[in-house]
Design a protein around this ligand. Sequence first.
Ligand code: FES
Length: 143
Amino acid sequence: MNGDKEVSRRQLLGSAGVLGSALVLSRVVLAQDENDGKAAKITDGQLVLRITDNPELGKVGGWKLFDLGEERVIVANTDKGLIARSATCTHKGCDVEYNPAVHQFVCPCHGARFDEDGKVVRGPARTNLPKYASDTALVISKP
Ligand code: FES
């Protein structure tokens, strides 16, 4: 992505308004380009979003589901920082939700639960919830 620059975690958290939490993703990039007016997009295999366009993610416990066409992704602001997972339940494909009180992704259809790492903690789902591009980055654009 053109115009990206690495920033310290403190700079990112300050700009994102999420001081006090730690990002758990492997790499964070501050994107200087605009986000084409969308709440989020996938660019070069990276989920790109701006906290200012997604105020739900500005505080711990907030979460938001993104329909990105081919993929549905849920992003949650957890005690450990911002995390992104596939939003599609591995049981029968309903969208999961994030429950900050229990630190789990929950499926409203048949009650499956997944921990923040996406691991099944209660069925009927048997397969873990995929991490979204765990080896790439969640890119948060400068406000
Ligand atoms: Fe999620 Fe069945 S679709 S538990």
